[in-house]
Design a protein around this ligand. Structure first.
Ligand code: QV4
Ligand code: CA
Length: 504
């Protein structure tokens, strides 16, 4: 009896261990996070209060908050932030006090903060050696006094990862340098202590979790030790007692490599790069939308709860990392189509990208001549100015976040397609969406699964008082409605959901 009980408890704790780091701990009714790439902490706090909180966003991935090497010789590229010089919280995004203020204010309006944690490496070798907080380093000696780290804290013998290593040699991918970035040894107790100390300070300040940069380049066994030493989330920021941080590990696995994403899913969630690649292909017209009726693990995607999903990220939207031909804000109609599919479909934990404009793939965020980041301005139509794209403020995107929140845990029902690139489906009785990726109109009487009423299409317009600025869809007593998406319309999507209807 006691033995059986004990076995049961063991089983139970194994199950909770697997799920422990896979819950984003969103405030109730929220489902989606946005990567506010290179935003300043003060601007993020304001965005939480004026937009993300009220619009039902669940969280934000922020740029790395710890001190990085200043790289003027390349005109302050965005990627200097991926070269840590210390764990002090001073960057172009702001200082520690501004960071604390941001976390507090965002949590207060129900929006969680996820930190991009660069724990695989420190800087590369450069002539300049001063950080955003004034710390210095001696690269030739692997000496980072502001941590401090020295030679013994890195992997030896010194080596740099080559393209072929990804196919043959897991140990070289993990123990050699990624692009010449000095490779920390996470097997060292001292290094573990520094990393855990850094992450725990952030948890205590109220963050909800981490993106683990370059997770593929670290040993799963070392990462497990680090994760298990993390504090529980801080209950004074609204998290339940005993909640573990949400962890999504950056592992690019498009197949054919020595290291697989499956080595990391037993630990925590993983970035699913096949998701954006396949949807980009489909919405570019290289694969028929009708095949998406089986979207999910049967497309060789991870199990839904293991997957952090997105169309583009800050790397592949500019040709860094792996995986070409990703849709971005630059192909607006197809991009909004792919994003709408991501948000309408229940698979995965969704993440949006929010960018700054660029033509030069190395260029840093909008900045003045001293390298200070310029704040986004907010135009009267709610879009951003001053060099910021703010995809999350596009109506077709933020209203689909609301759709996803309303759809909740419902599954896909009533799939319809025309055998090609016109598709539609319901989310239980909560929402209905249709796509037309063809150069002829979609004009069909379809089952919407919604109660009779007049609904405002959240793609072409917005509900205002008792009217609608876009298409109004009339659902009859059988749940059917005439759905029209012209091939020349600005958008290829139509979406209606509960909570957005007026009486018939
Ligand atoms: C240069 C040479 C090297 C040489 C080195 C000597 O290219 O051959 O050995 O000098 O010091 C920048 C430069 C790069 C430079 C390097 C070191 O682009 O030319 O090396 O700095 O100073 C971002 C950028 C990188 C950038 C890096 C650090 O993408 O270009 O490198 O930041 O500033 C794989 C990984 C995956 C990774 C992806 C890009 O598996 O983990 O490549 N993605 C993450 C981040 C990404 C970031 C890093 C990892 C590194 O998402 O943004 O790289 O933290 O797929
Ligand atoms: Ca490594």
């Amino acid at each position: 009896m006691v033995a059986r009980m004990f076995r049961y408890i063991l089983l139970l704790s194994a199950a909770t261990a697997v799920l422990a780091y896979k819950n984003p701990h969103y405030a109730s009714g929220r489902t989606t996070m946005v990567h506010l790439f290179e935003w300043k902490w003060n601007d993020i706090a304001a965005e939480c209060e004026r937009f993300l909180g009220p619009r039902g966003f669940g969280g934000i991935q922020i740029s790395p908050p710890n001190e990085n090497l200043v790289i003027w010789s390349r005109n302050r590229p965005w990627w200097e932030r991926y070269q840590p010089i210390s764990y002090r919280l001073v960057t172009r995004s702001g200082n520690e006090q501004q960071f604390r203020d941001m976390v507090r204010r965002c949590n207060n309006v129900g929006v969680r903060i996820y930190v991009d944690a660069i724990i695989n490496h420190m800087t590369g070798t450069w002539n300049e050696n001063v950080g955003t907080g004034g710390s210095t380093a001696n690269f030739g000696n692997w000496h980072y006094p502001a941590v401090p780290y020295g030679r013994n804290d890195f992997n030896w013998p010194h080596c740099v990862i080559s393209g072929n290593d990804y196919r043959c040699c897991a140990d070289r991918v993990r123990n050699c340098e990624l692009s010449g970035l000095k490779d920390l040894n996470q097997g060292s107790e001292y290094v573990r202590g520094q990393i855990v100390g850094f992450m725990n300070r952030l948890i205590d300040m109220g963050v909800a979790g981490f993106r683990i940069d370059a997770a593929k380049h670290m040993w799963p066994g070392d990462l497990r030790v680090i994760y298990d030493r993390l504090h529980n989330l801080n209950p004074s920021h609204g998290f339940p007692q005993g909640a573990r941080p949400y962890i999504f590990q950056e592992v690019i696995d498009l197949g054919g490599e020595a290291i697989s994403r499956n080595e990391y899913t037993p630990l925590a969630a993983v970035t699913e790069f096949r998701f954006g690649m396949e949807l980009s292909r489909a919405f570019r017209g290289h694969n028929q939308l009708r095949w998406l009726s089986t979207w999910g693990p049967s497309w060789s995607l991870l199990a839904s709860n293991d997957a952090l999903v997105f169309i583009d990220n800050h790397d592949n939207q500019r040709g860094h990392g792996a995986g070409g031909d990703i849709l971005t804000h630059k192909q607006a109609k197809q991009y909004k189509g792919a994003i709408a599919f991501m948000l309408a479909h229940p698979y995965g934990w969704a993440q949006l990208m929010s960018s700054f404009h660029f033509t030069d793939t190395e260029a840093g965020p909008p900045m003045d001549s001293n390298g200070n980041i310029r704040s986004p301005t907010i135009n009267s139509d709610n879009s951003c100015g001053n060099g910021w794209v703010c995809e999350h403020r596009w109506r077709q995107i933020y209203q689909m976040v609301a759709f996803r929140n309303v759809a909740g845990n419902t599954g896909v029902t009533n799939w319809w397609d025309n055998g090609n690139n016109q598709i539609a489906f319901c989310r239980g009785g909560q929402g209905f969406v249709a796509f037309n990726n063809e150069n002829r109109d979609l004009n069909q009487n379809l089952q919407t699964c919604l109660p009779a009423g007049r609904y405002c299409d959240v793609i072409s317009g917005e509900k205002v008082n008792n009217g609608c600025t876009g298409k109004t869809i009339t659902v009859d007593g059988n749940g059917r409605a005439q759905i029209h998406i012209g091939s020349n319309e600005l958008d290829m999507v139509l979406a209606i959901h509960r909570g957005n209807e007026s009486r018939l």
